[in-house]
Design a protein around this ligand. Structure first.
Ligand SMILES: [Zn+2]
Ligand SMILES: [Zn+2]
Length: 529
């Protein structure tokens, strides 16, 4: 509604408005809301349009026959004359960053448009990105003024669910080996006996493998880069994907295994898939004496939603059931609104926390916050149970105490300390090709060339972000091989008021690249995999 009023305001002064929403939320329902307010004055742009449909929409905009454009990130480039307003909804979403050429982040392009065309830019989110928050804190960035406005809570949203964090290392110490902790098991039992509904989130394990101690929750980290080390099973090594350092390691069940923190033998690679959790759920319910008629288990993941419309059908099944558990990956965290859900369980809160990526904590916090918001949206109060091996981590503790500020303060301090965005800009220079030796050599040459220019550009002055330049690597990308192409990368940190693109591309252009070797420069990188 706030957006609609702002758009109205722009139209009344004869100017156009551009509204960006994440591709996934660009549904008929969303578009309908704009159509019912502005009628035929709306053009819609998204990737499911055919070339002809896209052309028609584009033409309407170009001729000035519509003044409101709703679309995914590429709608930014729509030929809207006399732009008065840009809205970016859910601005923290990673889908606003395009990872293939042309590489850009919608927020940065919009900021530049606001500067050039003198229009207003509104970013909306329940969990704003640290980049945006920091700009508001400073008050200016990219030639435009930034300010933060907090919306009052809507009535009905006021009751926050009770959040309980279960320390899984204690469950382990008490001899419990099940995926489900004791508190979660008890609550699931109640769900069945009271004929209620629950949502269970299995945090994506992804391809990145890491070692964790089941007794103390320790995950080995790189002492130089403060990101989690990735475990390479075949070579028995821990690898840092930022700086490229590696260490030999023995993991459970090797008898020589020792946790670097507590000396435990139970330092190993642990992870479960949705299929396994579903099986264990059935076993659990059977142990309560329930049948599949009493409680439905609906699994929602990449496998069960491959077919067109499957996503919607599974949700309808969950809606129709009288007593059911919806089990799924990240995709269940967003936008689901089932008032009857009284329990949200997070099986493993930690997995994304340990991604080799400096935004891991922020992403985990956003995910937990979103999924916790699924509980108790109706009349009955909701409860959230989060299972974690690292229950004291700020990202998890902050969700439990409903204190976003606690998390932001710690996270911002950590980013500042390690010179990561939003205090610097991070560029990712990726080199890939079929010939491993050539990829290695090229990445090394690039790192050397970039180090020289960075030293000239500012040099590393500790503690002063305003002049901070640093080159990390070269290292293997966390996904070191994709489609038979070897991948290495060089990370470059620079001050926030510098545009590193031209400088980096000059470094790359000076090198004679071997045939078959490709290089991409990703400024303000989001995906470090
Ligand atoms: Zn340990
Ligand atoms: Zn490192």
């Amino acid at each position: 509604e706030v957006y609609l009023e702002a758009i109205d305001h722009a139209r009344q002064s004869g100017r156009g408005a551009l509204v960006l929403v994440p591709e996934i939320s660009l549904t008929a329902q969303t578009v309908g809301r704009f159509r019912s307010r502005f009628g035929e004055d709306v053009a819609v742009l998204h990737s499911r349009l055919s070339a002809g449909e896209r052309y028609d929409q584009w033409d309407l905009i170009r001729q000035g026959r519509v003044h409101v454009v709703v679309g995914a990130r590429s709608a930014l480039f729509a030929p809207l004359a006399n732009l008065g307003l840009i809205v970016i909804d859910e601005e923290h979403e990673s889908s606003y960053k395009q990872d293939s050429a042309p590489r850009y982040h919608a927020r940065e392009v919009a900021e530049h448009l606001a500067f050039e065309r003198g229009c207003a830019l509104v970013l909306g989110s329940a969990t704003p990105s640290l980049e945006s928050l920091q700009r508001c804190h400073v008050g200016a960035h990219g030639g435009v003024r930034w300010a933060r406005v907090e919306m009052p809570d809507r009535p009905g949203d006021a009751v926050l669910p009770h959040v309980q964090v279960v320390d899984m290392t204690r469950q382990f110490a008490a001899g419990r080996r099940s995926i489900f902790s004791e508190p979660l098991t008890e609550r699931l039992k109640q769900i069945v006996s009271r004929h209620e509904k629950a949502v269970l989130l299995l945090n994506r394990r992804g391809f990145a493998n890491f070692l964790m101690c089941r007794e103390c929750g320790c995950v080995p980290e790189c002492p130089h880069c403060s990101t989690a080390l990735t475990y390479h099973e075949r070579t028995h090594e821990l690898v840092c994907h930022s700086c490229g350092r590696r260490w030999p390691i023995r993991a459970w069940p090797d008898p020589g295994t020792r946790c670097p923190n507590c000396g435990s033998r139970y330092l190993g690679a642990y992870g479960v898939g949705t299929q396994r959790v579903e099986d264990e759920l059935h076993t659990l319910f059977a142990s309560f004496g329930c049948t599949a008629q009493d409680v439905q288990v609906i699994r929602m993941d990449a496998d069960t939603t491959r077919e067109r419309g499957a996503h919607q059908r599974l949700l309808e099944r969950f809606d129709d059931a009288s007593c059911a558990v919806l089990l799924g990956t990240q995709m269940i965290a967003k936008g689901l609104d089932f008032p009857e859900v009284t329990l949200v369980g997070v099986i493993n809160a930690d997995t994304t926390l340990k991604f080799p990526d400096f935004r891991a904590a922020e992403r985990t916090y956003d995910l937990l916050e979103q999924v916790a918001g699924r509980a108790g949206r109706g009349e009955r109060p909701g409860e959230v149970i989060i299972q974690s091996y690292w229950s004291t981590h700020p990202a998890i503790a902050a969700v439990a105490s409903h204190s976003r500020k606690t998390f932001l303060d710690t996270e911002l301090a950590a980013r500042k300390e390690a010179h990561y965005p939003p205090f610097t800009r991070l560029s990712n220079v990726i080199v890939w090709g079929a010939n491993h030796a050539e990829v290695k050599k090229t990445a090394g040459d690039i790192a050397a060339a970039v180090r020289v220019v960075c030293a000239q550009a500012g040099g590393k002055r500790d503690g002063a972000d305003a002049s901070y330049w640093e080159v990390l690597g070269p290292a293997e990308c966390p996904r070191s091989r994709i489609k038979d192409r070897w991948r290495r990368h060089v990370l470059v940190k620079c001050p926030i008021d510098v545009s590193p693109g031209p400088l980096l591309s000059r470094c790359v252009k000076k090198l004679a690249l071997p045939a078959g070797i490709r290089v991409a420069i990703d400024v303000d990188a989001f995906n470090l995999m």
